[in-house]
Design a binder for this molecule. Structure first.
Ligand code: NAD
Length: 248
């Protein structure tokens, strides 16, 4: 299904983004990894090439507009087009709202939210020339809907992504570009085997999530045969946001 597709994945050098990149590589896509981490990005580019995947690493800071413009230009110069964009790069910070500085607030907003708009804008300028348009998927979070203390900036970015998703779906619709987001719950990107029984059992699904769970959803949302799905937010959290949390 993805043999002729060029996919750009931000924050693709580790964690969920890496899992998403591997899934597209196994589906035959050409994969562009955009990440701020030069060492991990270069290493992953080589691993993908060893798997037989056409891949390109472009060191990118998604909080910087010139980096984003250059990422999309380099992708087109190398592969000739863009079919799919996965806005995955993100950062997290715990800070009391009494102490959070404007500098830290702006850093999270630029990295997690502004980046989604500017990457989508630049990718869509290229996608709209494709006969079949393209697809954009962005990583929101269940923290768009519910909170722990001291997560204001992060929560605001993820709520912003959900709103931006339906707004962009409306604007890019005439160009055959679908725009959706995913709200992951707990997706373990470290040592899955070190998780405790209680970590798994508290989920309705009986287990903590894995990057592969999110990758499957990306493949679904960007499959051209599913282009009736646009503007939506798909929650993938093992049912945690459907569980009553009142203490007994
Ligand atoms: P991670 O920290 O493991 O990986 C993030 C990647 O983004 C890293 O490779 C990092 O180098 C890159 N990155 C960070 N800042 C960047 C920048 N300015 N420019 C380019 N690349 C940058 O994170 P993850 O857990 O894999 O999360 C991926 C996405 O999913 C994030 O948007 C996150 O908010 C969201 N998410 C994750 C979970 C979870 O449980 N893991 C839950 C909900 C949402």
């Amino acid at each position: 299904m993805f043999h002729d597709s060029v996919v750009v994945i931000t924050g693709g050098a580790q964690g969920i983004g890496r899992g998403v990149a591997l899934a597209y590589a196994k589906s035959g896509a050409k994969v562009v990894i955009a990440d701020i981490d030069l060492d991990k990005g270069k290493q992953f580019e080589s691993e993908l090439q060893e798997l037989g995947c056409s891949s390109l690493f472009v060191q990118t800071d998604v909080s910087k507009e010139p980096d984003i413009v250059s990422l999309m230009k380099r992708t087109v110069n190398h592969f000739g087009k863009i079919n799919i964009l996965v806005n995955n790069a993100g950062t997290f910070q715990h800070a009391s709202p009494y102490d959070l500085s404007m500098e830290d607030w702006n850093h999270i907003i630029q990295t997690n939210l502004s980046s989604v708009f500017f990457c989508s804008r630049e990718a869509a300028k290229i996608m709209r020339h494709n006969e079949n348009g393209g697809s954009i998927v962005s990583m929101a979070s269940t923290r768009a809907m519910m909170s722990e203390p001291f997560t204001e900036a992060y929560a605001a970015t993820k709520g912003g992504i959900v709103a931006l998703t339906h707004a962009l779906a409306r604007s890019f619709g005439p160009d055959k570009i679908t725009v959706n987001c995913i709200s992951p719950g707990w997706i373990e990107t470290g040592a899955y085997e070190d998780l405790r029984a209680i970590d798994h059992e508290q989920h309705l699904s009986g287990r903590v999530g894995m990057p592969e769970d999110i990758a499957q959803a990306c493949l679904y949302l960007t499959n051209p045969t599913n282009n009736f799905v646009t503007g939506t937010n798909l929650t993938i959290d093992g049912g945690m946001t459907k569980k009553m949390m009142y203490e007994e």
